[in-house]
Design a protein around this ligand. Structure first.
Ligand code: HEC
Length: 249
């Protein structure tokens, strides 16, 4: 804005110029400004264009954990006002978040078990648990086979078959013995998904003909596995039709 006014004063019209000549030194100064004008305008435009402005763009803030003299305790990070709960952090469904009723593990699912729940549970189980507990849950995972401090127990021993669902939830949440907890890696919903899948594994390893719904058939011979896989690779069945040596040529 200032530059435009200068431009008016130092305009090119003849009468103005002649009047300025009479002004002497002062007039001369103004016109030397005029000579620098294109640069000044260009600079102003460049600054405005690049967002170089000092108004609401520069906001007062503090770095994380920085000291503040504003509060008496000098902490710039303020604790939440007492009694406030952040959205999504109410956690009033204690069973869902602890697997416990009072101080005892409960034995029911907090949501219906669907095919999706079991599929998600299998996926998470194979990622987080199978490296030690193995894909079938017998405790012969890859990590113990390489000398992990202790072999995990099989999920198919009677004690763990009878263990309530909330117990598995608690082991994942708080760890057990030398097994670390998975609270920060596995969200509560996924812990339930996993334990539903463990229960399915337990059934699968101990099923009897009575468990087969009437009218359905079980293949008479279970597949037999040759290479059990490492946890990262799937087990290979020995019954796969293998090409004959002669056919390969
Ligand atoms: C790093 C290897 C490792 C991983 C991964 C692991 N566990 Fe374990 N788990 C163990 C070991 C070792 C034990 C036995 C701990 C002991 O007795 O000190 C164990 C024990 C258990 C037990 C039995 C507790 C009991 O009463 O005997 C359960 C249930 C269990 N784990 C569930 C899980 C689930 C679910 C996951 C996946 C989220 C998982 N574990 C992942 C190593 C592991």
């Amino acid at each position: 804005m200032l530059h435009l006014r200068q431009n008016e004063i130092c305009g090119d019209s003849r009468p103005r110029l002649s009047r300025r000549a009479k002004l002497g030194a002062a007039g001369g100064q103004r016109c030397s400004l005029h000579k620098g004008m294109p640069l000044a305008v260009a600079l102003t435009l460049a600054m405005a264009g690049s967002g170089c402005r000092i108004d609401m763009h520069v906001q007062p803030r503090v770095n994380p954990l920085a000291r503040s003299d504003f509060f008496t305790d000098q902490r710039s990070a303020r604790p939440p006002v007492e009694g406030t709960v952040a959205r999504g952090q109410l956690r009033d469904d204690t069973y869902f978040y602890t697997g416990k009723i009072g101080s005892n593990p409960g034995d029911y699912m907090p949501f219906p078990v669907t095919k999706e729940v079991l599929e998600r549970g299998r996926e998470r189980y194979n990622i987080f648990c199978a490296p030690c507990h193995s894909r079938v849950g017998d405790g012969n995972g890859f990590v113990p086979s390489r000398g992990f401090a202790r072999q995990p127990p099989s999920f198919h021993i009677q004690r763990l078959q009878k263990a309530p669902l909330g117990y598995f939830y608690d082991v994942m949440t708080n760890g057990f013995g030398i097994m670390p907890d998975y609270a920060s890696q596995i969200a509560p919903q996924d812990r339930w998904n996993i334990l539903a899948y463990i229960r399915a594994l337990q059934l699968s390893q101990n099923a009897s003909m009575a468990d087969v719904p009437s009218g359905q058939k079980v293949p008479s011979e279970p597949p037999s596995f040759g290479d059990m896989g490492t946890g990262a690779t799937l087990p290979a069945t020995t019954k796969q039709p293998s090409p004959q040596a002669g056919e390969q040529k």
